[in-house]
Design a protein around this ligand. Structure first.
Ligand code: CA
Length: 228
């Protein structure tokens, strides 16, 4: 199993990351201080990616990054930065890190960054994730997850498939027949009404006001259009 180190002293954030790493199929190795992170890395030399918070009780995350890089050029490093940290300073200090994610971050975004790093360092490739981002929505096509403003929306597989079709075709009117063929398959013998039923349910989950939808718009006499 691919290992990811998460160095974060705030337990809530760390647990949140751990849950999402595990859901994405990674083994999470946890640390709450810079020293313990360096220790964990010695114990698990096969850790492929390290996520490092910057503000830590014993040293800052950049220092941890420098120490890791002194002996390990191959590991992928992602810094967790706060919005309040000036970007110039962050990028100036970024030497040694591969990527950074700004807090508050969405789990789908973090997982996609880790996947990308793992691909780059020649890890395992059948875990390809693609991020579809539109407005407040982020879809991770590997985890089959959809987030709105960083919050996971629980979808059935059919609702997910419809959302994905929409997000791959923003602004394009999709006929009900087209949606039915794409989601249920060309051989599906059922009624077109199933499309409307599922879209009604999807609207309740993703729209601010399902009776006045702004993301999934109705194209009268034809079908639907995604407009996030
Ligand atoms: Ca911190």
């Amino acid at each position: 199993m691919k290992k990811v180190l998460i160095l974060e002293d705030e337990v809530n954030i760390r647990s949140f990351v751990v849950i999402n790493l595990e859901r994405a199929g990674y083994q999470a190795i946890e640390a709450g201080t810079g020293e313990s992170a360096l220790q964990r890395l010695q114990e698990h030399p096969d850790i492929g990616v390290a996520i490092l918070d910057i503000m830590l009780p014993d040293m800052d995350g950049f220092e941890v990054c420098r120490r890791i890089r002194a002996t390990n050029k191959k590991i992928g490093v992602i810094m967790l930065t706060a919005r309040t940290q000036e970007m110039d300073k962050v990028t100036g200090l970024m030497t040694g890190a591969d990527d950074y994610v700004t807090k508050p971050f969405s789990p789908a975004e973090l997982t996609a960054r880790i996947d990308a790093l793992y691909r780059r360092i020649g890890g395992n490739e059948n875990a390809v994730s693609e991020l579809l981002t539109q407005g407040v929505f982020v879809m991770n096509t590997r985890n089959h997850t959809l987030e709105k403003n960083g919050n996971r929306i629980r979808l059935t597989q059919v609702e997910y498939a419809i959302s994905k079709l929409f997000m791959q075709n923003p602004g394009r009117a999709l006929s009900r027949e087209e949606i039915l063929a794409a989601v249920w398959g060309k051989e599906y013998e059922g009624e077109l009404k199933i499309v409307d039923v599922n879209i009604r349910r999807l609207r309740i989950k993703i729209e601010d006001d399902a009776t006045n939808p702004t993301y999934i718009k109705t194209v009268w006499g034809y079908g639907y259009k995604w407009g996030a």
